[in-house]
Ligand binder design. Structure first.
Ligand SMILES: C[S@@+](CC[C@H](N)C(=O)[O-])C[C@H]1O[C@@H](n2cnc3c(N)ncnc32)[C@H](O)[C@@H]1O
Ligand SMILES: [Zn+2]
Ligand SMILES: [Zn+2]
Ligand SMILES: [Zn+2]
Ligand SMILES: [Zn+2]
Ligand SMILES: [Zn+2]
Ligand SMILES: [Zn+2]
Length: 427
C-alpha cells in the first residue's frame, strides 16, 4: 500500500486545532462508530453454553457487555473482552477484562461512578414547606433539592409560593457523550401522544424518555419511566420511576414496582430514545427481554437516526420507520426538525402518525404520511426515500436511489457523479 503523503494544509497552530477538536460536537454517527470498527457484542447467555461457570464481571457501572473484534494487527485472531455497558469513552470507564483468559486490565483512569443514592421526593417536601410560614421555597438545580431559605452554597431559583413544575429547571446532562440528554421538542411529544392515544394505547413504558413520560402522566395516563439518571427520583415516586440501564437490562433499583406495573398492562407501548452512541444490538436484547415477559402484546416506538435502519431491521424486522424528522429543543442542530436525522421506528400502524404540511404529505398507496420530497415509486411500490430527500428509480440497480445520483456503467452502481466504485478508477 502506498504511503499517504501528508498534505500541505494551511498551517494552523496546534492550539487552534486542539480548540477546534474540543469544540467539535460528538458526531451522531458514533452509533455506528464501534460497529464500523468491527466491534460487535455477544450475548452472555450464549457464552454460558460454552462456559457454564462464567460469571459476568462488573465495573462501577454494573454488569459488563462482552465485545469481540477482529484483531486489527492480526486478522486471523479475534479479540474478546468484557467492557463497560454504559460508557464508550475509556476516559469515563477504562475497565477491560480479556476473555476467556481472565486477565483484568486495571483501570488507568479514575472511573466516574454511577450515582445510585436515594433522594428526597420533592413534591412531599414542597407541600410541607408551603404549609408552614414563610410558605415559600427555593430550588437548587445542582443539589436537586428544595430549601426554605435562600441561604445555600449554590445559586437557587425562587422564591416559589405555590406548587411549581420543578422538572423544567433540571439541567440536561450535556458534558458526557454517552449520557447526553436531548429533550424532544413539544411537537414531537404531541405527535407521540396523539398517535398512540388514537391507536388505543393504554400504558406507556418510557425508556430514556423522561419528557414524554411527564407529558403522558400529566394527561392522566398510566406510565412508568426507566432511566439511568437518578435525579428523577426527586420528581417521581418509585412506583413510577426506576433507575435502569437499557444497554445491559440492569435495574439499579428494585424491580418489583416495575413488574407490578407491567403485569397490569392491557395495551402497552415502549417509547425509547437511547443516547446517541448506544450499542443498538444490546439495546434490542434489553427491549426484547421486557417484551417477552409481558403478558400482553406490546408495541414499540424507538428513536434512532435513519441511517441505522438496517441495524434495527436485522433484529426487529417487524418495525417500520416514520418519515417524521424528530426535533429536539436543546440540540444545537436538531432543534430544527428539517436538520434532524432522528426518526421514530414503530410497530404501530403508521397511518396513525398524522404529519402536516408544509413538511409532510399523505401517500394514498402507502397509507402513511411522508416528507414532501419523498416520491411513491410504482416499481418498488413504496415511498422509498430514507433521509426524506427526493429519489428516483434506477432500472439497472433495480432500486430507488437519491435523485442526485447517476448510474455508472463501469462499476454498474449508482452514486454521485464522478464517484466510481470500480478499482481502476480509484488508482
Ligand atoms: C437522548 S435523551 C432522550 C430524552 C427524550 N428525548 C425526552 O425528551 O424525554 C436519552 C435519555 O436516556 C437516558 N440514558 C442514557 N443512557 C442510558 C442508559 N444506559 N440506560 C438508561 N437510560 C439512559 C438519559 O438520562 C436521557 O434521559
Ligand atoms: Zn464502567
Ligand atoms: Zn445546591
Ligand atoms: Zn407511497
Ligand atoms: Zn423504486
Ligand atoms: Zn443505478
Ligand atoms: Zn463506477
Amino acid at each position: 500500500m502506498a504511503k499517504l503523503k501528508p498534505k500541505n494544509k494551511s498551517k494552523k497552530s496546534l492550539k487552534a486545532i486542539s480548540k477546534q477538536l474540543r469544540n467539535a460536537k460528538p458526531p451522531i454517527e458514533s452509533h455506528e462508530f464501534r460497529e464500523r470498527a468491527g466491534i460487535d457484542v455477544v450475548k452472555t447467555k450464549d457464552e454460558k453454553d460454552y462456559y457454564p461457570g462464567l460469571v459476568v464481571p462488573s465495573c462501577t457501572h454494573g454488569k459488563c457487555l462482552l465485545f469481540t473484534q477482529t484483531d486489527p494487527q492480526n486478522p486471523s485472531k479475534v479479540l474478546r473482552w468484557f467492557g463497560c455497558a454504559l460508557h464508550r469513552s475509556p476516559k469515563l470507564c477504562s475497565f477491560k477484562c480479556a476473555w476467556p483468559n481472565k486477565t483484568k486490565i486495571e483501570p488507568i483512569t479514575k472511573e466516574v461512578k454511577i450515582k445510585t443514592s436515594s433522594r428526597d421526593y420533592l413534591p412531599e417536601k414542597v407541600e410541607e414547606f408551603l404549609s408552614v410560614p414563610p410558605q415559600k421555597f427555593y430550588f437548587c438545580k445542582k443539589c436537586v433539592d428544595v430549601f426554605q431559605t435562600e441561604a445555600h452554597f449554590h445559586p437557587v431559583q425562587g422564591p416559589f409560593k405555590s406548587n411549581s413544575d420543578l422538572l423544567q429547571f433540571l439541567p440536561a446532562i450535556q458534558n458526557d457523550s454517552s449520557q447526553a440528554q436531548y429533550w424532544f421538542a413539544q411537537d414531537a411529544i404531541k405527535l407521540l401522544f396523539d398517535s398512540t392515544e388514537s391507536s388505543g394505547i393504554k400504558e406507556y413504558i418510557c425508556i430514556g424518555t423522561p419528557q414524554f413520560f411527564k407529558y403522558a402522566k400529566d394527561q392522566g395516563k398510566k406510565a412508568f419511566l426507566l432511566d439511568i439518571d437518578n435525579r428523577f427520583k426527586a420528581f417521581f415516586r418509585n412506583t413510577e420511576f426506576a433507575q435502569y440501564n437499557m444497554i445491559n437490562n440492569e435495574f439499579l433499583d428494585e424491580r418489583k414496582h416495575f413488574e407490578k406495573f407491567f403485569k397490569g398492562c392491557k395495551k402497552p407501548v415502549i417509547v425509547c430514545d437511547p443516547p446517541f452512541g448506544a450499542f443498538i444490538k444490546a439495546l434490542i436484547w434489553s427491549l426484547k427481554d421486557i417484551v417477552e415477559k409481558c403478558p400482553v402484546s406490546m408495541e414499540y416506538i424507538i428513536a434512532l437516526p435513519y441511517f441505522l435502519d438496517k441495524h434495527l431491521y436485522r433484529t426487529m424486522p417487524e418495525i417500520k420507520m416514520l418519515d417524521y424528522m424528530v426535533p429536539y429543543q436543546n440540540h444545537p442542530t436538531f432543534k430544527n426538525g428539517k436538520k434532524s436525522p432522528v426518526r421514530f421506528f414503530t410497530t404501530i400502524d403508521r397511518e396513525q402518525f398524522k404529519l402536516s404540511p408544509p413538511l409532510y404529505k399523505y401517500c394514498k398507496e402507502c397509507k402513511r404520511y411522508v416528507t414532501i420530497e419523498n416520491r411513491h415509486c410504482s416499481t418498488c411500490k413504496n415511498c422509498t426515500s430514507r433521509d426524506g430527500l427526493a429519489v428516483k428509480h434506477c432500472g439497472y440497480c433495480s432500486r430507488c436511489v437519491p435523485e442526485k445520483y447517476q448510474h455508472c456503467n463501469k462499476c454498474n452502481k449508482c452514486s454521485f457523479k464522478n464517484r466510481c466504485h470500480s478499482k481502476e478508477e480509484k488508482e
